[in-house]
Design a protein around this ligand. Structure first.
Ligand SMILES: NC(=O)c1ccc[n+]([C@@H]2O[C@H](COP(=O)([O-])OP(=O)(O)OC[C@H]3O[C@@H](n4cnc5c(N)ncnc54)[C@H](O)[C@@H]3O)[C@@H](O)[C@H]2O)c1
Length: 252
């Protein structure tokens, strides 16, 4: 498949996990991919993997929670690839705690990294997309948007992503820009490995426990989220906008 031939994409938080799988998938389908993470060094292994497989990618260091950093990165990506067609807002963090124990700093960090960052990246990217009358934006929400004990900050941010998505679909639709979100359930990555550690379970036991509560009887893999992101970022989804697609093995 070459659904992204001639297209350029930014994937934030692409050094590992879902972002790395998305960068690999978009590159395998022909996109030039900006592998964006806190430092360019962090993303270099993913870039090497993509280029060794015959794809095109470059690593960019950027703190998505910082406006100047996002603006600078977006400009550098457009200078490098000559265009910007796809933005995948994937970078995210967790700082879990029950409300009564949660420091304000952890509320702020999660809102800023998971939600404000998307406002910043969309604002920087829309400039090029509006001019080109073409754009595909896909952001990471989460099943936690529906409520998850110990994640008041994360759930609020991920629910916010859904509101931002429906609104930007309205604002950017007239410029042929679609805006969608995916809301994964439990995906086996460093993020869920850290959750397992926090609750005192091995990663394997934690996944087994979650699997028993999931209709498909297993947890998800990064490539399975990447496939859905690639669909929403492609022209196969040209009339899909303002949607959040849950990717959670059938869990309610
Ligand atoms: N793993 C899951 O079960 C799951 C479920 C639902 C949603 N999500 C969401 O999917 C996205 C990716 O999750 P993951 O599990 O692959 O996480 P991960 O922790 O494995 O990777 C996140 C990446 O984002 C980068 N990052 C963090 N803060 C950044 C910043 N300020 N600027 C630039 N990069 C930054 C990290 O360096 C890391 O490489 C996140 O938005 C997460 O909330 C994950």
């Amino acid at each position: 498949m070459d659904r992204f031939a001639g297209r350029a994409a930014i994937v934030t938080g692409a050094a590992q996990g879902i972002g790395a799988a998305t960068a690999r998938r978009l590159a395998a389908e022909g996109a030039s991919v900006a592998v964006v993470d806190l430092t360019a060094e962090r993303g270099q292994a993913v870039v090497d993997e993509i280029t060794e497989a015959g794809g095109t990618a470059a690593a960019f260091g950027c703190d998505v929670a910082d406006q100047a950093s996002v603006q600078g990165m977006t400009e550098r990506v457009v200078n490098r690839f000559g265009r910007l067609d796809v933005l995948v807002n994937n970078a995210g963090i967790t700082r879990d705690n029950l409300l009564f124990k949660m420091p304000l700093a952890d509320w702020d960090a999660v809102l800023r990294t998971n939600l404000t960052s998307i406002f910043l990246c969309c604002q920087a990217a829309q400039k090029y997309m509006v001019e080109a009358r073409y754009g595909r934006i896909v952001s990471l929400s989460s099943r936690s948007a529906l409520g998850n004990r110990g994640q008041v900050n994360y759930a609020a941010a991920k629910a916010g992503v859904q509101g931002l998505t429906t609104t930007l679909a309205i604002e950017l639709g007239p410029f042929n820009i679609t805006v969608n979100a995916v809301a994964p359930g439990y995906i086996a990555t460093a993020m869920t490995a850290a959750t397992a550690e926090r609750v005192g379970a091995s990663f394997e036991d934690h996944q087994r426990m979650v699997a028993t509560q999931t209709p498909l009887r297993r947890v998800g893999q990064p490539a399975e989220v990447a496939a859905a992101i690639a669909f929403l970022a492609s022209d196969d989804a040209s009339y899909v906008s303002g949607q959040t697609l849950y990717i959670n093995g059938g869990a309610r």
